[in-house]
Design a protein around this ligand. Structure first.
Ligand SMILES: Nc1ncnc2c1ncn2[C@@H]1O[C@H](COP(=O)(O)OP(=O)(O)OP(=O)(O)O)[C@@H](O)[C@H]1O
Ligand SMILES: [Mg+2]
Length: 411
């Protein structure tokens, strides 16, 4: 194996992707040097349910990249994720009333303590949305400005301690040091969305295998996130059930002939797998039914957060599930928004298959890694002005409880 490098690791429900590479922060271009991939085991709907199986498949992905693991930025999703908006105000008693990185850290800490968490919950990110300085609203970058009374509006994302811990263990069992965990839809947003879309208002929908992840931006700031417990696998299981075939056959039929626009399919058309014929219209009806359910859940999530009417940038679909024929049209119909399909933007290097929607999260994780390492030296409280991750806290949860499972021998 080659020299160790920083990885972006997307532990998905259907596949694990381990990307080695770097991002050039100024030009915002990801230069991916190596891609490792393996099918995923031991996960259900984004959550580790079998630590040994999960670490083995993570290891397979890393090994197939041909690069020795060093540190990694890891994506997280699953039904245990909660998110909400919060607001805190502090008086600035500093000299000249200048807003310093230290003051912003204090504000962020204040926000952290103001949130009410369940006994098993921990904050994963506090993402500043905007600041109000002495009554002047909507300030995006307060550093260096003078103000006596500063309000921070932030989006807070929390998750279950145990679920996060299990994911980190599964990765660290492979000898990888996790430097940051990032909510998957935030990672996918980094690689798929344009600045203009974020400013206009946009909803990113990452339709994966086990979950559909949502991130909404408005006026350039993150305002809503959600993880829905349904994805492409549900469509395949429904098709397997309806057509009375094994899951693998249903998956193949879905990818090859499936659509969620059943009215476009001839009632008598037949499709073939393993020498047997199936009714194509029936297949499309099954897929449309579940596709609609997922998109209606997404619509309800946007409506609950009262953001759907503001999204002039429309909906951006990514993730493997978005490749199913008709998903973009069905999204436009149900969400009543313009929709487009997105793959990771600005990726360089010789690995061509990366420019597919399934890799949006993995590429986005590399963008995050660059952002964190790039910001730290500039002003120590980097997290105060960008996506902050509470990794130190996560690390402390490990306590003495970390026991490696039998993967050591492979290194
Ligand atoms: N060409 C295609 N047409 C239809 N569906 C597809 C296509 N390619 C992949 N899929 C579906 O995409 C899903 C996998 O997507 P993806 O690789 O983004 O998921 P994941 O990251 O492993 O899962 P998750 O994000 O939910 O943890 C599967 O359900 C698969 O059937
Ligand atoms: Mg995914």
């Amino acid at each position: 194996m080659r020299q160790s490098q920083h990885f972006g690791i997307d532990v998905g429900t259907t596949k694990i992707v381990a990307l080695a590479g770097r991002v050039e922060p100024r030009r915002r271009i990801a230069e991916v040097t190596d891609l490792g991939e393996a099918s995923s085991r031991g996960l259900r709907r984004g959550i580790v349910v079998d630590r040994q199986a999960a670490s083995e498949s993570i290891w397979e992905a890393i090994e197939s990249s041909g690069v020795k693991p060093g540190s990694a930025t890891v994506g997280i999703a699953g039904g245990h994720i909660n998110s909400f908006n919060t607001e805190v105000t502090l008086l600035n008693r500093g000299r000249n009333k200048v807003v310093t990185p230290r003051f912003l850290r204090r504000l962020e800490n204040e926000a952290l303590h103001a949130v009410e968490l369940g006994p098993d919950e921990q904050v994963i990110h506090i993402v500043p949305r905007s600041y109000t300085l002495d009554g002047e609203e909507g300030i995006r970058q307060p550093l260096g400005l003078a103000a006596r009374r500063v309000t921070l509006r932030a989006h807070v994302i929390s998750g279950s301690v145990q679920s996060i811990q299990n994911l980190l263990w599964a990765v660290e069992d492979c000898g990888v040091r996790v430097s940051e965990v990032v909510l998957e839809p935030l990672a996918a947003s980094e690689s798929c969305l344009t600045e203009a879309e974020r400013d206009m208002g946009v909803a990113l929908l990452d339709i994966g295998g086990g979950t559909t992840d949502i991130a909404v931006f408005w006026r350039g700031a993150l305002t809503h996130t959600a993880v829905l417990p349904l994805g492409g696998q549900s469509l395949s299981s429904d098709a397997a059930f309806g057509l009375k075939v094994p899951f693998e056959i249903a998956e193949r039929l879905k990818i090859r002939y499936g659509t969620v626009l059943s009215t476009t399919v001839d009632t008598f058309a037949a499709v073939k797998a393993k020498d047997r014929h199936y009714n194509a219209h029936f297949l499309s009806q099954i897929l449309e039914y579940r596709g609609r359910e997922i998109l209606e859940m997404a619509r309800d999530s946007l409506d609950k957060a009262r953001v759907r009417n503001f999204l002039t940038g429309g909906a951006v679909l990514t993730g493997g599930g978005s490749l199913l024929d008709g998903m973009t049209e069905l999204t436009e119909d149900i969400l009543d928004l313009r929709a487009r399909l997105a793959a990771p933007r600005r990726v360089r290097g010789r690995i061509k298959p990366l420019q597919e929607p399934q890799y949006s999260t993995a590429v986005g994780l590399l963008y995050f890694a660059a952002k964190s390492s790039n910001l730290k030296p500039q002003h120590k409280g980097a997290s105060a002005t960008t996506f902050g991750s509470i990794v130190a806290a996560i690390k402390s949860w490990f306590g003495g409880g970390r026991s490696k499972m039998g993967l050591e021998r492979r290194r």
